[in-house]
Design a protein around this ligand. Structure first.
Ligand code: ADP
Ligand code: MG
Length: 296
């Protein structure tokens, strides 16, 4: 399951919440952070998550996928002859090519995600997961990232790179096994961008967009009638003024968010699910758990 969307919309929070939900349903689940992003580690309390599978709680693991580590692991798995591996790692040309080839980091990252999703794991110490959740990078809306395997398959027309890139592309676009969730915010531009993202993901990448999560929805605390009664209070001098203004401001925000929710529903194909705004500083694992209870 790939969780995508722009930066700051709640992808990491939702990835962890989805992971907790799947784990609670008894699925062995791993949440993959694509490294060199902001840290998902803050969601995992004290645990430092690196390029190894860390068990967080029952049925829930996490990994931070670093492209350099993925590349190294890939080469190790590919080249059985130790002397050749050593030669390759020492080779300046190899290191130069690895750093300079556009998309190679994304390719090996997706390769690692694929590897995690295999029941016959290549990393023999790794466990067999029922669910792999990817907190996708925000760069280029995630479309470029997911298109990498196809790009490589097209460039390398034959040979192992071609066939492996093809395997990865088939894996990403396999609607029976791989799904995408888009996270959006209830504001005008993010709603437009999410609708465009869904189109691109479906038309250009060919993935299945299963769900759109509209995150951070304010509660509707006041009816329209109640809000109207607050208007004179907000204009008067006196103690209740600040409170009335705050209430009206929140009322306005909750309403405009509902309008954006309606717009989003009209513009996208996938079902839209809302997640509440949690009024607390720095959401941690417990906040993610509360959100996870609202997911299915
Ligand atoms: N439903 C929510 N309510 C309140 N704050 C949220 C909610 N979802 C995310 N946040 C906060 O918004 C910020 C961005 O969330 P994050 O999951 O890191 O987004 P992304 O991974 O898309 O960049 C974080 O500070 C997070 O705690
Ligand atoms: Mg993030």
């Amino acid at each position: 399951m790939i969780v995508t969307g722009k930066g700051g919309v709640g992808k990491t929070t939702l990835s962890v919440a989805l992971g907790m939900r799947a784990a609670a349903e008894g699925k062995r689940t791993i949440v993959c952070e694509v490294a060199a992003q902001e840290n998902a580690s803050r969601m995992f309390e004290h645990t430092t998550v690196g390029f190894h599978e860390v068990e967080l709680e029952e049925n829930l693991w996490a990994i931070s996928i670093d492209p350099d580590d993925s590349m190294r692991e890939y080469v190790l798995l590919q080249l059985k002859v130790r002397a050749m591996r050593d030669m390759l790692f020492r080779s300046r040309i190899f290191n130069y090519l690895a750093a300079a080839t556009p998309g190679l980091k994304e390719l090996v990252t997706i390769g690692k995600i694929w590897e995690l999703a295999q029941l016959d794991r290549k990393v023999k110490s790794g466990c067999k997961y029922d669910t792999v959740i990817v907190d996708a990078p925000a760069t280029g809306h995630g479309v470029g990232f997911l298109q990498t395997p196809r790009t490589f398959a097209n460039i390398a027309r034959v040979g192992p790179i071609h066939s492996q890139a093809k395997t990865l592309d088939n894996f990403i676009t396999d609607h029976d096994n791989t799904g995408v969730a888009i996270v959006a915010l209830p504001e005008e531009m993010p709603v437009n961008e999410s609708a465009a993202l869904e189109r691109d993901l479906v038309d250009e990448v060919g993935v299945a967009v299963d769900r759109i999560y509209l995150n951070g929805l304010y509660p509707e605390r006041f009816s329209k009638e109640e809000a109207e009664k607050l208007v004179p209070l907000a204009a008067e001098d006196g103690a209740p003024r600040a409170a009335a203004r705050a209430a009206l401001s929140e009322f306005g925000r909750a309403r405009s968010q509902r309008a954006q929710l309606a717009r989003l529903r009209r513009r996208v194909q996938a079902p839209v699910k809302t997640l509440p705004f949690l009024f607390e500083p720095d959401l941690g694992p417990e906040a993610a758990r509360r959100l996870s209870r609202r997911l299915s």
